[in-house]
Design a protein around this ligand. Sequence first.
Ligand SMILES: Cc1cc2nc3c(=O)[nH]c(=O)nc-3n(C[C@H](O)[C@H](O)[C@H](O)COP(=O)(O)O)c2cc1C
Length: 336
Amino acid sequence: MSRDRQLHLGAFMRPVGIHTAWWRYPGGYPDANFNFEHLTHFARRLEAAKFDAFFMADHLAVMNMPVAALRRSATVTSFDPLTLLPALAALTSRIGLIATASTTYNEPYHVARKFASLDHISRGRAGWNLVTSGNPDEALNFGRDAHLDHAVRYARAREFYDVVTGLWDSWADDAFLMDPESGLFFDPEKMHVLDHQGAFLKVKGPLNVARPVQGWPVIVQAGASEAGKQIAAATAEMVFGASATLEAAQAYYSDVKGRMPELGRDPDHLKILPGALVILGETEAEAQAKRARLDDLVHPDSGLANLSVRLGVDASGFDLDAPLPEIPETNASKTS
Ligand SMILES: Cc1cc2nc3c(=O)[nH]c(=O)nc-3n(C[C@H](O)[C@H](O)[C@H](O)COP(=O)(O)O)c2cc1C
């Protein structure tokens, strides 16, 4: 039974392209990840093309590969998403603005405040890509010697979500009287003090930003491990899928959505957006030729290092002409 359904399109801005060698391609934008004019141009083009969302990925570390490879990577620097997106909000009017924020290396009060502010500044277009940080190196930038364990990261993320959404509920939509006559600025009856005490977090509240325009900014997720799927089913309105085959994507879709009724959620309230790397050409052959040229621009050091990051293990000793050996589960991402 087919139903008229709306296709949703999100643009994954990492910072500007996901292919390792995009910046070397003739006509590419090598400086795009720190060129505000380029990013504004992209956001406006995507808005004009009726994309639903401009999604800004984020990592809180640089050193995730050997310098021999890192020196060839265009992703070493990028703007802080929650600094860039408010600026883009002022230069666009309809496109959704999704920023990534880690629940492992942030405080919920900061995260709640920044997304509430973005939602007001953008007139209700904010989204939060809730990640637990797959990059172990991030721990070293936050006073830790080792990355939090995968299961602990997700348990903290689940509580973190409750605190942030609780803080967004600090003020009722009509809490602010702003009545010069009576001198009352707000109605205390319409202020909610969270007073959260949990296994990982202790946060009193209320938040010092009025209730977001949307109520809650859109919650986005991308995990695919058991813990990742469970938190997506419990909290997300949008999930980025990264399945390699149609069958795997369909299995992921029914797995995550299948969990929702038991969690009291309507499966239609979650949109799953599978990832696609799109290369355009006037003809199939032209597009394939572009792809081949792009792949040729990947230096072996970069290819190997990115493979290691994706697998969460050092692939430098692998026989490149042989099938991948058995990859042990690691504390980084369980699926990537
Ligand atoms: C499309 C997509 C975008 C992602 N963006 C980020 C990101 O910006 N920052 C980040 O730390 N992880 C990002 N991730 C990684 C996920 O948050 C997660 O760590 C990964 O999918 C592994 O999930 P798992 O721990 O459930 O196995 C992204 C994953 C996907 C599929």
